[in-house]
Ligand binder design. Structure first.
Ligand SMILES: NC(=O)c1ccc[n+]([C@@H]2O[C@H](COP(=O)([O-])OP(=O)(O)OC[C@H]3O[C@@H](n4cnc5c(N)ncnc54)[C@H](OP(=O)(O)O)[C@@H]3O)[C@@H](O)[C@H]2O)c1
Length: 266
Protein backbone atom coordinates (compact mmCIF):
# COMPACT_ATOMS: atom_id res chain seq x y z
CA UNK A 1 0.00 0.00 0.00
CA UNK A 2 1.25 3.47 -0.86
CA UNK A 3 1.08 5.39 2.46
CA UNK A 4 0.59 8.74 0.69
CA UNK A 5 -2.80 10.21 1.59
CA UNK A 6 -3.70 7.21 3.79
CA UNK A 7 -5.04 7.44 7.31
CA UNK A 8 -2.73 5.71 9.76
CA UNK A 9 -2.95 4.83 13.45
CA UNK A 10 0.25 4.11 15.38
CA UNK A 11 -0.04 2.81 18.94
CA UNK A 12 2.79 3.33 21.40
CA UNK A 13 3.73 6.49 19.49
CA UNK A 14 4.77 8.56 22.51
CA UNK A 15 8.37 7.33 22.24
CA UNK A 16 10.83 4.99 20.55
CA UNK A 17 9.82 2.89 17.56
CA UNK A 18 6.23 4.18 17.55
CA UNK A 19 7.25 7.85 17.49
CA UNK A 20 9.79 7.17 14.71
CA UNK A 21 7.17 5.25 12.74
CA UNK A 22 4.63 8.07 13.07
CA UNK A 23 7.20 10.53 11.72
CA UNK A 24 8.11 8.17 8.85
CA UNK A 25 4.43 7.84 7.91
CA UNK A 26 4.02 11.62 8.09
CA UNK A 27 7.04 12.05 5.82
CA UNK A 28 5.47 9.61 3.36
CA UNK A 29 2.29 11.72 3.24
CA UNK A 30 -0.05 9.80 5.58
CA UNK A 31 -2.46 11.50 7.96
CA UNK A 32 -1.32 10.19 11.29
CA UNK A 33 -3.13 9.42 14.54
CA UNK A 34 -0.75 8.75 17.41
CA UNK A 35 -1.96 6.80 20.43
CA UNK A 36 -0.50 6.06 23.87
CA UNK A 37 -1.09 7.11 27.50
CA UNK A 38 1.37 10.03 28.00
CA UNK A 39 -0.36 13.08 26.51
CA UNK A 40 2.67 15.41 26.64
CA UNK A 41 4.88 12.94 24.79
CA UNK A 42 2.17 12.28 22.22
CA UNK A 43 1.95 16.02 21.52
CA UNK A 44 5.71 16.05 20.89
CA UNK A 45 5.25 13.29 18.28
CA UNK A 46 2.36 15.23 16.72
CA UNK A 47 4.63 18.29 16.44
CA UNK A 48 7.32 16.20 14.68
CA UNK A 49 4.71 14.83 12.25
CA UNK A 50 3.38 18.31 11.50
CA UNK A 51 6.94 19.50 10.91
CA UNK A 52 6.97 16.97 8.05
CA UNK A 53 3.95 18.79 6.58
CA UNK A 54 1.45 16.11 7.59
CA UNK A 55 -1.86 16.30 9.40
CA UNK A 56 -1.53 14.59 12.76
CA UNK A 57 -3.51 14.22 15.95
CA UNK A 58 -2.97 12.61 19.35
CA UNK A 59 -5.59 10.40 20.96
CA UNK A 60 -4.86 9.25 24.49
CA UNK A 61 -5.34 5.52 24.58
CA UNK A 62 -4.62 2.68 26.94
CA UNK A 63 -4.57 -0.34 24.63
CA UNK A 64 -5.37 -2.66 27.55
CA UNK A 65 -8.82 -1.07 27.66
CA UNK A 66 -11.02 -2.33 24.86
CA UNK A 67 -13.32 0.73 24.97
CA UNK A 68 -10.28 3.00 24.51
CA UNK A 69 -9.36 1.13 21.34
CA UNK A 70 -12.90 1.33 19.98
CA UNK A 71 -12.92 5.08 20.77
CA UNK A 72 -9.50 5.45 19.05
CA UNK A 73 -10.89 4.09 15.78
CA UNK A 74 -14.15 6.05 16.12
CA UNK A 75 -12.33 9.35 16.77
CA UNK A 76 -9.93 8.67 13.90
CA UNK A 77 -12.93 8.15 11.67
CA UNK A 78 -14.57 11.39 12.88
CA UNK A 79 -11.39 13.41 12.41
CA UNK A 80 -9.89 12.04 9.18
CA UNK A 81 -11.94 9.07 7.96
CA UNK A 82 -11.58 5.31 8.34
CA UNK A 83 -8.11 4.07 9.26
CA UNK A 84 -6.35 2.24 6.42
CA UNK A 85 -3.04 1.57 8.18
CA UNK A 86 -2.79 0.23 11.74
CA UNK A 87 0.59 -0.19 13.42
CA UNK A 88 0.20 -2.18 16.64
CA UNK A 89 3.39 -1.18 18.40
CA UNK A 90 2.47 -0.41 22.06
CA UNK A 91 4.34 -2.69 24.41
CA UNK A 92 6.72 -3.04 27.30
CA UNK A 93 8.75 -5.63 29.16
CA UNK A 94 9.84 -6.47 32.64
CA UNK A 95 12.66 -8.98 32.43
CA UNK A 96 12.68 -11.74 35.04
CA UNK A 97 13.31 -15.44 35.16
CA UNK A 98 10.15 -17.53 35.18
CA UNK A 99 10.90 -18.49 38.78
CA UNK A 100 10.98 -14.84 39.87
CA UNK A 101 8.38 -13.20 37.60
CA UNK A 102 5.49 -11.52 39.42
CA UNK A 103 1.99 -12.63 38.33
CA UNK A 104 0.86 -9.00 37.96
CA UNK A 105 3.76 -8.23 35.62
CA UNK A 106 3.06 -11.34 33.53
CA UNK A 107 -0.61 -10.39 33.18
CA UNK A 108 0.09 -6.73 32.46
CA UNK A 109 2.56 -7.57 29.67
CA UNK A 110 0.04 -9.95 28.08
CA UNK A 111 -2.74 -7.35 28.39
CA UNK A 112 -0.62 -4.72 26.65
CA UNK A 113 1.60 -6.51 24.17
CA UNK A 114 -0.84 -9.16 22.97
CA UNK A 115 -4.40 -8.21 23.96
CA UNK A 116 -3.72 -4.52 23.22
CA UNK A 117 -2.99 -5.46 19.61
CA UNK A 118 -6.07 -7.70 19.53
CA UNK A 119 -8.24 -4.84 20.85
CA UNK A 120 -7.02 -2.34 18.24
CA UNK A 121 -7.18 -4.87 15.41
CA UNK A 122 -10.75 -5.89 16.24
CA UNK A 123 -11.74 -2.22 16.42
CA UNK A 124 -10.23 -1.35 13.01
CA UNK A 125 -10.76 -4.58 11.07
CA UNK A 126 -14.52 -4.41 10.28
CA UNK A 127 -14.01 -1.09 8.45
CA UNK A 128 -11.03 -2.45 6.53
CA UNK A 129 -13.00 -5.58 5.55
CA UNK A 130 -15.97 -3.46 4.44
CA UNK A 131 -13.71 -1.36 2.17
CA UNK A 132 -11.60 -4.31 1.00
CA UNK A 133 -8.28 -2.68 1.84
CA UNK A 134 -5.92 -2.18 4.75
CA UNK A 135 -2.45 -2.71 6.12
CA UNK A 136 -1.87 -3.98 9.65
CA UNK A 137 1.69 -4.11 10.96
CA UNK A 138 2.31 -5.80 14.30
CA UNK A 139 5.58 -4.96 16.02
CA UNK A 140 6.61 -8.21 17.69
CA UNK A 141 10.25 -9.09 18.40
CA UNK A 142 12.93 -11.66 17.68
CA UNK A 143 11.96 -13.00 21.12
CA UNK A 144 8.60 -13.88 19.55
CA UNK A 145 10.50 -16.35 17.38
CA UNK A 146 13.08 -17.64 19.84
CA UNK A 147 12.67 -17.86 23.61
CA UNK A 148 15.47 -16.18 25.59
CA UNK A 149 16.37 -16.90 29.20
CA UNK A 150 15.48 -14.18 31.70
CA UNK A 151 12.53 -12.79 29.75
CA UNK A 152 10.16 -15.73 29.37
CA UNK A 153 6.94 -13.92 30.23
CA UNK A 154 7.73 -11.15 27.72
CA UNK A 155 8.69 -13.76 25.08
CA UNK A 156 5.29 -15.40 25.56
CA UNK A 157 3.46 -12.16 24.73
CA UNK A 158 5.41 -11.82 21.51
CA UNK A 159 4.97 -15.50 20.55
CA UNK A 160 1.23 -14.90 21.04
CA UNK A 161 1.36 -11.84 18.78
CA UNK A 162 3.26 -13.78 16.10
CA UNK A 163 0.65 -16.59 16.08
CA UNK A 164 -2.20 -14.06 16.00
CA UNK A 165 -0.61 -12.19 13.07
CA UNK A 166 0.08 -15.29 11.00
CA UNK A 167 -3.48 -16.57 11.47
CA UNK A 168 -5.02 -13.15 10.76
CA UNK A 169 -2.91 -12.76 7.63
CA UNK A 170 -4.36 -15.98 6.23
CA UNK A 171 -7.89 -14.96 7.20
CA UNK A 172 -7.92 -11.55 5.51
CA UNK A 173 -5.35 -11.61 2.70
CA UNK A 174 -7.99 -12.52 0.11
CA UNK A 175 -10.08 -9.54 1.30
CA UNK A 176 -7.40 -6.99 0.38
CA UNK A 177 -5.86 -6.63 3.83
CA UNK A 178 -2.17 -7.28 4.44
CA UNK A 179 -1.00 -8.28 7.91
CA UNK A 180 2.74 -8.05 8.52
CA UNK A 181 5.07 -8.72 11.40
CA UNK A 182 8.08 -6.58 12.14
CA UNK A 183 10.41 -8.37 14.56
CA UNK A 184 13.15 -6.08 15.88
CA UNK A 185 16.21 -7.17 17.76
CA UNK A 186 17.62 -4.92 20.49
CA UNK A 187 16.57 -1.34 19.73
CA UNK A 188 17.87 1.75 21.47
CA UNK A 189 14.75 3.17 23.17
CA UNK A 190 13.22 3.87 26.60
CA UNK A 191 12.10 0.23 26.61
CA UNK A 192 15.13 -0.85 28.65
CA UNK A 193 14.45 1.67 31.44
CA UNK A 194 11.47 -0.47 32.42
CA UNK A 195 12.68 -3.85 31.21
CA UNK A 196 16.02 -4.04 32.94
CA UNK A 197 15.48 -2.48 36.33
CA UNK A 198 18.69 -3.58 38.01
CA UNK A 199 18.94 -6.78 35.98
CA UNK A 200 21.10 -7.47 32.96
CA UNK A 201 20.26 -10.64 31.01
CA UNK A 202 23.12 -11.58 28.71
CA UNK A 203 21.00 -12.65 25.74
CA UNK A 204 19.64 -9.19 25.00
CA UNK A 205 23.15 -7.80 24.62
CA UNK A 206 24.09 -10.31 21.94
CA UNK A 207 22.85 -8.30 19.02
CA UNK A 208 23.97 -4.70 18.70
CA UNK A 209 21.20 -2.20 19.31
CA UNK A 210 19.73 -0.49 16.27
CA UNK A 211 18.18 3.00 16.33
CA UNK A 212 14.35 3.15 16.35
CA UNK A 213 14.42 4.91 12.96
CA UNK A 214 15.79 1.71 11.44
CA UNK A 215 12.85 -0.29 12.79
CA UNK A 216 10.49 2.44 11.53
CA UNK A 217 11.95 1.94 8.03
CA UNK A 218 11.14 -1.77 8.32
CA UNK A 219 7.56 -0.88 9.30
CA UNK A 220 7.33 1.35 6.22
CA UNK A 221 8.62 -1.52 4.05
CA UNK A 222 5.92 -3.72 5.58
CA UNK A 223 3.20 -1.14 4.85
CA UNK A 224 4.40 -0.68 1.26
CA UNK A 225 5.16 -4.30 0.40
CA UNK A 226 2.84 -6.27 2.68
CA UNK A 227 5.57 -8.84 3.40
CA UNK A 228 4.58 -11.43 6.03
CA UNK A 229 7.62 -10.93 8.28
CA UNK A 230 10.56 -8.57 8.46
CA UNK A 231 13.34 -9.06 11.01
CA UNK A 232 15.73 -6.20 11.84
CA UNK A 233 18.69 -6.08 11.82
CA UNK A 234 19.49 -8.64 9.12
CA UNK A 235 22.04 -10.66 11.18
CA UNK A 236 19.23 -11.32 13.68
CA UNK A 237 17.11 -12.40 10.71
CA UNK A 238 19.77 -14.91 9.69
CA UNK A 239 19.99 -16.30 13.21
CA UNK A 240 16.20 -16.64 13.44
CA UNK A 241 16.20 -18.61 10.17
CA UNK A 242 18.90 -20.85 11.60
CA UNK A 243 16.81 -21.26 14.79
CA UNK A 244 13.80 -22.36 12.75
CA UNK A 245 15.94 -24.94 10.91
CA UNK A 246 17.91 -26.18 13.92
CA UNK A 247 16.24 -25.01 17.15
CA UNK A 248 18.26 -27.26 19.48
CA UNK A 249 21.62 -26.10 18.13
CA UNK A 250 20.56 -22.46 18.00
CA UNK A 251 19.47 -22.52 21.67
CA UNK A 252 22.64 -24.38 22.68
CA UNK A 253 24.89 -21.81 20.95
CA UNK A 254 22.93 -18.91 22.44
CA UNK A 255 23.31 -20.37 25.93
CA UNK A 256 27.07 -20.77 25.43
CA UNK A 257 27.49 -17.19 24.20
CA UNK A 258 25.33 -15.89 27.08
CA UNK A 259 27.45 -17.80 29.61
CA UNK A 260 30.61 -16.39 28.05
CA UNK A 261 29.26 -12.82 28.28
CA UNK A 262 28.13 -13.37 31.88
CA UNK A 263 31.63 -14.60 32.82
CA UNK A 264 33.27 -11.58 31.18
CA UNK A 265 30.80 -9.21 32.89
CA UNK A 266 31.70 -10.49 36.36
N1 LIG B 1 13.49 -1.76 22.29
C1 LIG B 1 13.70 -3.01 21.93
O1 LIG B 1 14.82 -3.57 22.05
C2 LIG B 1 12.58 -3.81 21.30
C3 LIG B 1 12.92 -4.98 20.62
C4 LIG B 1 11.91 -5.73 20.04
C5 LIG B 1 10.60 -5.31 20.11
N2 LIG B 1 10.28 -4.18 20.77
C6 LIG B 1 8.87 -3.78 20.82
O2 LIG B 1 8.72 -2.55 20.16
C7 LIG B 1 7.57 -1.88 20.66
C8 LIG B 1 7.94 -0.44 20.97
O3 LIG B 1 8.90 -0.41 22.00
P1 LIG B 1 10.06 0.66 22.09
O4 LIG B 1 11.35 -0.06 22.06
O5 LIG B 1 9.84 1.75 21.13
O6 LIG B 1 9.87 1.14 23.60
P2 LIG B 1 9.34 2.52 24.23
O7 LIG B 1 10.12 3.67 23.74
O8 LIG B 1 9.29 2.26 25.69
O9 LIG B 1 7.86 2.63 23.64
C9 LIG B 1 6.79 1.86 24.12
C10 LIG B 1 5.50 2.57 23.72
O10 LIG B 1 4.39 1.75 24.13
C11 LIG B 1 3.46 2.59 24.79
N3 LIG B 1 2.63 1.85 25.71
C12 LIG B 1 3.03 1.04 26.73
N4 LIG B 1 1.96 0.57 27.39
C13 LIG B 1 0.86 1.09 26.75
C14 LIG B 1 -0.54 1.00 26.96
N5 LIG B 1 -1.06 0.25 27.95
N6 LIG B 1 -1.36 1.66 26.12
C15 LIG B 1 -0.87 2.41 25.13
N7 LIG B 1 0.44 2.55 24.87
C16 LIG B 1 1.29 1.90 25.69
C17 LIG B 1 4.31 3.66 25.49
O11 LIG B 1 3.54 4.84 25.70
P3 LIG B 1 2.90 5.34 27.07
O12 LIG B 1 3.79 4.90 28.19
O13 LIG B 1 2.84 6.81 26.87
O14 LIG B 1 1.54 4.72 27.12
C18 LIG B 1 5.36 3.92 24.42
O15 LIG B 1 4.87 4.85 23.49
C19 LIG B 1 7.11 -2.68 21.88
O16 LIG B 1 6.01 -3.50 21.50
C20 LIG B 1 8.31 -3.55 22.21
O17 LIG B 1 7.93 -4.76 22.84
C21 LIG B 1 11.25 -3.40 21.36
Amino acid sequence: MDPKGRIAIVTGASSGIGASTAVALARAGSRVVVAARRADKLEATVAMCRAEGAEAVAIRTDVRIREDCVALVRQTNDRFGPPEILVNNAGFAIFDTIADARPDDIRSMMDTNYLGAVNCTQAALPGMIARGCGAIVNVASIVGIMGFAGMGAYCATKFALVGFSEALRSEVIARGIRVSLVCPGTTDTEFFDTAMREKSPAAERLILAVPPERVARAVMRAVRGGKARIIVPWPAGLYMRFKELAPGTAHFLMRKVSEMIERRGR
